[in-house]
Structures are given as structure tokens and as C-alpha cells.
Design a protein around this ligand. Structure first.
Ligand SMILES: [Zn+2]
Length: 366
């Protein structure tokens, strides 16, 4: 245990360890990253390292001293986590004033500093706009930072916080969790099989909360993962040879399976990846090199399964430039999601557009 063990966020861990080592911990941090990227874990390890009685040469926590164990068990008097009450979307002003602010100015009980972790910091801002007393109270706290307290804000949506709050924190951006890490979390929490878990995590674009919504939601509102997958494979394999009614039917199939913008955005992200994989394969075919097979494999998002065979098919039917153009058109359509009035229309236009691109280019290899 320690900051150095926060896998997936090595850059974050390094920068915090370096600050500890130089004795230059900031008064306030804003850890920003999607749900599931490990913000809470890093905050806990930061508290542990900051309060450890026998830190390592790199200033990381020893993991064994009384302070380290107390932080891990959530019973260290100088470490406090705050979150809005379960039934509230936002932090009540009272909680910010009477708990967070009051606790920030307490003297450390055991160690040399106190650590205050504010989870879901974006919930300091009320959705309706207007007066944001909670955020204002926190801002005052950040403007006159207590000497021995480090305030750590965790936010999946830092853009919702006022600029005045953000600018007073050291901003640390987390990488989205890898598809694999997310799939493992889903397999554990929702007992999904590896295939389903991998698909749900890809469809969520790296957002664990959204992936959970996809697999836990009511049947009639959540995406049908199996059908989304089928429709995407059909598109990659056959869109260039389909008749117009066939194209409209597969558009309707994907729209019906996605059941909403969030999954459709994710599905288009997967489709772009599939075209990109196809382009990588087509480029390798074009070069006719078997020597590069290994590096090509490692560059692919989908190395096995029906996706891998669909991208091989597409790599035979199209040239690499056309496939990259397809990926880029899919990404442009993805950007339009939500801005466009109708999901189905957006899909139909995109697929007809893809179908019109030239197949069997002159540069067919071998
Ligand atoms: Zn320790």
C-alpha cells in the first residue's frame, strides 16, 4: 500500500510524492477524473503518506505504523472524508459551514497536519444556478487556508465548480481507467462475465458510474449490449454492400438497442475504434509485411473475438485511408450526438455516408 501502488495513475502518484518529499504540499488539491479512476484511493494514500510516522525515502507511507493503519481503517482523527447526504443532490450549506469549515480550522490531534477530503465536490454547486452558498463558503475557506490543513476536492465534473474555487486548488487530472480495470470492477460488483463487462465498459467510454447504469438499469431503459454489438459488427462488415433499406434497418437496430444518447455515444466510440483497427490492419496488408504483425497486434483495440474478424474483413474491403476517413466521420457524428434532434436520423445519415465511400481500392495488397 502507498501512493506508488496506485496503479493506473503513476503520473499523479509521482507528482504528489515529489511534493511530499520537498515538503511542499499545497493547501488545496482538486483531483479531477471520471468515476472509477481511483481519486478516493489516491486521496486516502496521500493522507496516509502525509501522516505516516515512518515514511520511506520517497516520502511514501510505510503502511505498518499506527497512523498508517488508522488512516486505512478510517479512524485517524486528523483525516476526514465528507460527502453530501445520500438523499441530497447537493451539499447543504449547513454541512459546509458546520462540518467542513469548522473541521478545517481544528488543530491536528496527532500528526502535523489535518487532511480534509471533499468527495463529489461538484455537488457544492446547486444545479439551478443562482446563489451558491456552499461553494461561496468553501471559497472563503480556500482564500484563507488554515495553516495545518490540506483540503482535497474530488470531482468527476470539475467544470461545474466555479472558476474561483478551481483556481485556488492545485489541479490534478486523472486518466480515465483502462477498459480492463473498469471491466474487472464491473465483473466484481455486478457479476458480469468478462465479455459483457468488457463491452459495458467500452460502451461507457471509461465512466464506471455510466457502465453500472447500463447494466443495472431497468430492462426497457438500458441498452441491449448484445444487440448493440451485433449491429456494430454488421455495419463494419456489410455497410458497403447493403441496399438502402438494409442500411436503414441496421440504423434502426442500433438505435433501438442503444435506447438513448449515452449508449449511442459509446457505440459510435466503439465503431470509430473498429474502423481504426481496420485501418491499422489495412495499412499492414498494404505494406505486405509479416514482420510487423506483432506490433500491429499490440496496436489494436480488439485483438480477438468477432470484432477482430470484422476488422480483418473491412481491411480487405477498403484501403487504409478510406478506413481512417470512416473513423473520422464516425467521430464527427459522435460530436453531433445530443445536438442533433433525432438519434435515428443522425445514424441513418452517417451510415448512408459511410456506404458511399469507395470499396476495393486499387491498392489491394498481395
Ligand atoms: Zn506509516
Amino acid at each position: 500500500m502507498g501512493l506508488k501502488d496506485c496503479e493506473g495513475q503513476p503520473r499523479v502518484a509521482r507528482s504528489l510524492l515529489s511534493a511530499l518529499q520537498r515538503g511542499r504540499l499545497a493547501h488545496a488539491y482538486l483531483l479531477a477524473g471520471p468515476v472509477g479512476s481511483g481519486k478516493r484511493r489516491v486521496a486516502t494514500e496521500l493522507a496516509r503518506a502525509a501522516l505516516c510516522e515512518r515514511p520511506s525515502a520517497e516520502s511514501d507511507a510505510c503502511g505498518g505504523c499506527e497512523a498508517c493503519r488508522a488512516v486505512g481503517d478510517g479512524r485517524h482523527p486528523d483525516v476526514e472524508f465528507f460527502r453530501p447526504p445520500d438523499d441530497k443532490a447537493a451539499y447543504p450549506v449547513k454541512q459546509v459551514r458546520e462540518q467542513i469549515k469548522r473541521h478545517a480550522y481544528l488543530r491536528p490531534a496527532l500528526g502535523k497536519r489535518r487532511m480534509l477530503v471533499i468527495e463529489r465536490a461538484e455537488a457544492l454547486v446547486k444545479g439551478s444556478g443562482g446563489q451558491n452558498e456552499s461553494a461561496d463558503t468553501l471559497l472563503k475557506l480556500l482564500e484563507e487556508p488554515p495553516r495545518d490543513t490540506v483540503i482535497v476536492l474530488l470531482a468527476a465534473h470539475p467544470e461545474r465548480l466555479p472558476e474561483t474555487v478551481r483556481s485556488r486548488c492545485q489541479y490534478i487530472r486523472f486518466e480515465p481507467p483502462s477498459t480492463l480495470a473498469l471491466a474487472e470492477a464491473l465483473m466484481e460488483s455486478d457479476r458480469l462475465d468478462p465479455d459483457q463487462a468488457a463491452y459495458a465498459s467500452r460502451l461507457s467510454g471509461g465512466d464506471l458510474a455510466l457502465a453500472r447504469e447500463f447494466v443495472r438499469g431497468r430492462k426497457k431503459d438500458s441498452p441491449n449490449l448484445g444487440l448493440v454489438r451485433e449491429a456494430l459488427l454488421d455495419i463494419v462488415r456489410f455497410v458497403g454492400t447493403m441496399t438502402v433499406p438494409g442500411i436503414l434497418a441496421v440504423a434502426a437496430k442500433l438505435d433501438g438497442a442503444a435506447r438513448g444518447w449515452p449508449a449511442l455515444v459509446g457505440a459510435l466510440g466503439i465503431l470509430a475504434l473498429l474502423y481504426r483497427d481496420s485501418a491499422v490492419k489495412a495499412a499492414a496488408r498494404h505494406q505486405g509485411g509479416s514482420s510487423s504483425t506483432v506490433s500491429v497486434e499490440t496496436a489494436l483495440a480488439f485483438r480477438t473475438g468477432p470484432e477482430a474478424s470484422a476488422t480483418s474483413d473491412a481491411a480487405r474491403d477498403y484501403g487504409p485511408d478510406t478506413l481512417l476517413e470512416m473513423a473520422s466521420r464516425v467521430l464527427r457524428a459522435q460530436e453531433d450526438c445530443g445536438r442533433y434532434p433525432a438519434r435515428l436520423l443522425l445514424l441513418e445519415v452517417l451510415l448512408l455516408d459511410l456506404a458511399g465511400l469507395p470499396r476495393h481500392p486499387r491498392e489491394v495488397a498481395q
